[in-house]
Design a protein around this ligand. Structure first.
Ligand SMILES: NC(=O)c1ccc[n+]([C@@H]2O[C@H](COP(=O)([O-])OP(=O)(O)OC[C@H]3O[C@@H](n4cnc5c(N)ncnc54)[C@H](OP(=O)(O)O)[C@@H]3O)[C@@H](O)[C@H]2O)c1
Length: 274
C-alpha cells in the first residue's frame, strides 16, 4: 500500500459517534486498525458520548467529540475547520456518516404524521445531503489521507415497504446516488466511497422509542426474518467496518455492500407460509 500505514496517526471522522452504530464503529476502529476518532453529535446521549471517549482513549488513541449539528452545510464547514485544527491535513483515513435524524409519517396524511416540507428538508439534510456537505468540506481542506474510505449507511428498506418510513427510504435512495457519484469523483484521487447496508440492529435509540413488549416483538420478528435466526448486532457491523478500512477491501468503490444477512429473502415466504 502506498502512503502511510493505516492507524499511523490517522483519524476516523464519525458523524453520530455518541450512540448506536457510530459509537460501536468509533470503538472498533480505535482498536483496529488503530485510528484516532473525531466524532460529532448533538449531546442527547451525554453519558454514552463520555463512554465512547473513555473507550477510545483506553485503546491509546486520541479522541475529539464535537457537540454540534452535523447535518447542515455550515455545520460541515465548521466541523471540518475544527478537524483541521486537531488532526491536520491528509489525516482522515475513514469518514462514516452515521447520523440518524429522520421523520416518520405519511406523505398524504391529514393528521399529525403528515410529512410537511420542513420535515422532508430536514430528513434529507440529515440522512443524505450532509454526506455531500462533509465530502466537500473535507476535500476543500485537503483532509483526506491517501486511500481514504468514505462510508454511508443504508438499511434494507430499499427492497421492501415499511409503513411510515417512506421519507427515510427516499433520503437513503439519494444517499446511494451521492455515494456512487462521489466514488466516481474521488476514485481517481485514490479514495473509495461506499454504502454499507445492514438490517435492524438494537440501538439505544430503538430502546428509547419502543416499549419492552414492542422490542420483544421486534426481536421475535427478526429471528423469523433473518436466516441466522436472530438480529444482527452493532458490534458485528462495526467489526465489518474495520475490514472495509483495510487494504484488502480497497477495490470496493461506489458499491452498496449487502451486510443484511439475508434479512429480506424470506419476506414472501413468511407471508404465504406464516
Ligand atoms: N439501527 C438500525 O437498525 C440501522 C439499520 C441500518 C442502517 N442504520 C443506519 O445507521 C445510521 C445510525 O443509526 P443508529 O440506529 O445507530 O442511530 P442512533 O443510535 O440513533 O445514533 C444516531 C447518532 O447520530 C447523532 N445525530 C443525530 N442527528 C445529528 C445531527 N444533526 N448532527 C450531529 N449528530 C447527530 C446522534 O446523537 P445526537 O442525537 O445527540 O445528535 C447519535 O450519535 C443511520 O444512518 C441509520 O439509518 C441503522
Amino acid at each position: 500500500m502506498s502512503g502511510r500505514e493505516v492507524g499511523d496517526g490517522t483519524w476516523a471522522v464519525i458523524l453520530g459517534a455518541s450512540s448506536g452504530t457510530g459509537a460501536a464503529i468509533a470503538e472498533a476502529v480505535a482498536q483496529r486498525p488503530g485510528l484516532n476518532v473525531f466524532g460529532v453529535h448533538r449531546g442527547r446521549y451525554a453519558e454514552q458520548a463520555a463512554e465512547v471517549e473513555r473507550r477510545v482513549r483506553a485503546q491509546g488513541r486520541d479522541v475529539v467529540l464535537r457537540q454540534a449539528d452535523a447535518s447542515t452545510p455550515e455545520g460541515a464547514e465548521a466541523g471540518a475547520d475544527a478537524l483541521l485544527a486537531s488532526a491536520g491535513p491528509r489525516s482522515v483515513k475513514l469518514f462514516v456518516h452515521s447520523i440518524a435524524g429522520a421523520s416518520v409519517g405519511h406523505f398524504l396524511s391529514t393528521g399529525e404524521d403528515r410529512l410537511h416540507p420542513r420535515r422532508i428538508q430536514r430528513t434529507f439534510d440529515c440522512m443524505a445531503h450532509s454526506f455531500v456537505y462533509w465530502a466537500q468540506a473535507l476535500v476543500a481542506r485537503d483532509l483526506l489521507a491517501p486511500e481514504a474510505r468514505l462510508l454511508g449507511l443504508q438499511n434494507p428498506l430499499d427492497q421492501t415497504h415499511l409503513g411510515n418510513t417512506g421519507l427515510i427510504s427516499a433520503a437513503k435512495a439519494s444517499l446511494e446516488m451521492y455515494v456512487r457519484h462521489l466514488a466516481m469523483e474521488l476514485g481517481p484521487r485514490g479514495h473509495r466511497v461506499n454504502l454499507l447496508k445492514f438490517g435492524t440492529v438494537m440501538t439505544p435509540a430503538l430502546r428509547h422509542v419502543y416499549s419492552p413488549e414492542a422490542l420483544a416483538r421486534l426481536e421475535e420478528a427478526h429471528a423469523k426474518l433473518n436466516p441466522a435466526g436472530r438480529m444482527c448486532t452493532v458490534e458485528e457491523v462495526a467489526r465489518f467496518v474495520t475490514v472495509l478500512v483495510g487494504e484488502d477491501a480497497a477495490w470496493f468503490n461506489g458499491a452498496t455492500i449487502d451486510f443484511s444477512g439475508g434479512m429480506t429473502l424470506r419476506l414472501l415466504d413468511l407471508v404465504l407460509n406464516p
